[in-house]
Ligand binder design. Structure first.
Ligand SMILES: NC(=O)c1ccc[n+]([C@@H]2O[C@H](COP(=O)([O-])OP(=O)(O)OC[C@H]3O[C@@H](n4cnc5c(N)ncnc54)[C@H](O)[C@@H]3O)[C@@H](O)[C@H]2O)c1
Length: 423
C-alpha cells in the first residue's frame, strides 16, 4: 500500500463515505470540473506548493482535486474548528493523497497546530478563509514570508482584516480578494448563506418559521439572503443595521427595521451576519422571550457575546439537541444558542450547497492560476480578481445551466461607447 501523506484527521476509516459525498458534490460543480479537466492537461501549478486554510467540506475537497490535477503540491487545514467534515478529511488523505490537518471540534491550540502543520511545507501560495493563516504567517511563522508569492482570500471578514493589514503596512505579499468578485459574493454570500443558515437552524431545532419573528442583524449580502428566505417561509422578518443606506434598503425591501434592543423583545429566532462583534449582548438577552433561538452566520464566534450569556444564565450550557445549547435565566426563561456561536451553517449543517460553491471555487482556481503567471508584477496588498475571470465564471455557469443571453449588436456596442447621441 502506498505511504499516506502527512495528516492529522479523526478517523481514516471514514474515507470511503467521504469519497462518496465528495463525488456527490462534484455532480453539482460542473464549472470546477471543467477547470479540473483543463488543469490536468495544462498543469499550471507544476512545482508550486499551496497551503490552504478553508472549511474542510466536500466542496473544498473538489477545489483541492482541481489544484492537485494542475500539479500543485498541497496542504490543507481547517478555517473553523466546527466546520470540518471528518469523512471528507479522511478521504482527502487516503483517496486523493492530499495532506490534511483537520478534526471536527479541535480546541484553539489544535486549530493553530493544524495551521502550522499546513505551513510546514513552506508554501509559495496560500488560500485563506478569514485570514487566520495569513495572520499566523505574519506573527509566528515570519521565516516563511520570503518564500510566499501570493494568495487568495475567500470571505468578507478576511478581506477586511487584509485591508487593515495593508493600511498598517503589515501585509508582506499580494492577496487577491476572491470574496469581492460578483460571482462569489452575489451568490455564495446571498443564496448560499441564505439557504444554508436556515437549513442549519432547522437541523438543529426543527423549528417552524411560519408565523415566527426572525430578527436578522446585518443587511449585507448574507443578511439579504437570510432575510428573503426567512420571509419566503412565512416569517415576519425584522432587520437591524448600523448603516443608514443598508437599513433603507431593508425597509424598501419590505422588512421592519428596528434597533436590536427593541427587536430583542419580540424575536423568536435571531441570526447575526454582520462580521462585527457583540451584536447580541447582555442587555438583549435580558429582554428576550422564553425559547428564543440565536445563531451566528458571520465569520467569527464573536457576534453573540457568549461570555455575557454564560454570566447571565443560572445554568447551562446544556446540550438539548444537535448543536443546540440551552441557557436558563434566573426567572426560568430558556435561551437557545446554536453551534456554540460559530458559523451555524457549517457547524450545524453542511455549509453552502455545492452548486453555489461551484462558482466561488471556480473563482479561486482561476485566480490561483492567474497568480502563478502574475505574482511578480503585484505589490504587497489586496488586489481585485481580474474582471475577465469573474465574467468567465458567470459565462461557464450559465452554459452549464443551459441558459443563453443576448449579444450586443455592432450598433449597440458603438452606442454604448459613444457620448454624442442625446435626446
Ligand atoms: N456563513 C457563511 O458561510 C458565510 C458566507 C459568506 C460570508 N460570511 C461572513 O458573513 C459576514 C457578513 O458578510 P457579508 O458579505 O454579508 O458582509 P457585508 O459587509 O455585505 O454586510 C455586513 C452588514 O452588517 C452590518 N453591520 C455591521 N455591524 C452591525 C451591527 N452591530 N448591527 C447590525 N448590523 C451591523 C453592516 O452595516 C453591513 O451592512 C462576514 O463575517 C463574512 O465573512 C459567512
Amino acid at each position: 500500500m502506498a505511504e499516506l501523506p502527512k495528516n492529522d484527521v479523526a478517523d481514516l476509516a471514514l474515507a470511503q463515505q467521504g469519497r462518496t459525498r465528495i463525488e456527490w458534490a462534484d455532480r453539482s460543480m460542473p464549472v470546477l470540473r471543467q477547470i479540473r479537466d483543463r488543469f490536468a492537461l495544462e498543469r499550471p501549478f507544476e512545482g508550486a506548493k499551496i497551503a490552504a486554510c478553508m472549511h474542510v467540506t466536500t466542496e473544498t475537497a473538489n477545489l483541492m482535486r482541481a489544484l492537485a490535477a494542475g500539479g500543485a503540491e498541497l496542504a490543507l487545514c481547517a478555517s473553523n474548528p466546527l466546520s470540518t467534515q471528518d469523512d471528507t478529511a479522511a478521504a482527502l488523505v487516503t483517496e486523493y493523497g492530499i495532506p490534511t490537518f483537520a478534526r471536527n471540534g479541535v480546541d484553539r491550540d489544535g486549530y493553530y497546530a493544524h495551521i502550522n502543520a499546513a505551513l510546514d511545507g513552506a508554501p509559495h501560495y496560500v488560500f485563506d478563509d478569514g485570514c487566520d493563516l495569513v495572520n499566523t504567517l505574519h506573527t509566528t511563522r515570519t521565516e516563511l514570508l520570503a518564500g510566499i508569492r501570493g494568495g487568495c482570500e475567500e470571505t468578507t471578514t478576511g478581506v477586511i482584516r487584509l485591508r487593515q493589514m495593508t493600511k498598517d503596512g503589515a501585509l508582506r505579499f499580494p492577496m487577491v480578494a476572491v470574496n469581492d468578485t460578483d460571482t462569489k459574493h452575489m451568490f455564495d454570500n446571498r443564496y448560499g448563506t441564505g439557504q444554508s443558515t436556515l437549513d442549519a437552524i432547522f437541523r438543529a431545532t426543527n423549528t417552524l418559521l411560519a408565523g415566527k419573528t426572525v430578527v436578522v442583524a446585518g443587511y449585507g449580502y448574507c443578511g439579504r439572503g437570510v432575510s428573503s428566505r426567512a420571509k419566503g417561509m412565512g416569517a415576519n422578518v425584522v432587520v437591524t443595521e448600523i448603516d443608514p443606506t443598508k437599513a433603507l434598503d431593508a425597509a424598501m425591501d419590505g422588512f421592519r427595521v428596528l434597533p436590536m434592543i427593541e427587536a430583542a423583545a419580540i424575536g423568536d429566532v435571531f441570526i447575526t451576519v454582520t462580521g462585527n462583534r457583540d451584536v447580541l449582548r447582555r442587555e438583549h438577552f435580558e429582554a428576550m422571550k422564553d425559547g428564543a433561538i440565536f445563531a451566528n452566520s458571520g465569520h467569527f464566534d464573536i457576534e453573540i457575546d457568549i461570555v455575557a450569556l454564560s454570566d447571565l444564565a443560572v445554568s447551562g450550557p446544556r446540550r438539548v439537541r444537535h448543536q443546540t445549547d440551552e441557557y436558563v435565566l434566573a426567572d426560568g426563561r430558556r435561551l437557545l444558542l446554536l453551534a456554540e456561536g460559530r458559523l451555524v451553517n457549517l457547524g450545524a449543517a453542511e455549509g453552502h450547497p455545492a452548486a453555489v460553491m461551484d462558482m466561488s471555487f471556480a473563482d479561486q482556481a482561476l485566480t490561483a492560476e492567474w497568480l502563478t503567471k502574475n505574482w511578480q508584477s503585484l505589490t504587497p496588498g489586496v488586489h481585485d480578481v481580474p474582471t475577465e475571470i469573474d465574467k468567465e465564471v458567470a459565462r461557464l455557469k450559465l452554459a452549464t445551466m443551459g441558459l443563453a443571453i443576448d449579444v450586443l449588436t455592432p450598433a449597440q456596442e458603438a452606442y454604448l461607447n459613444s457620448w454624442e447621441h442625446g435626446s
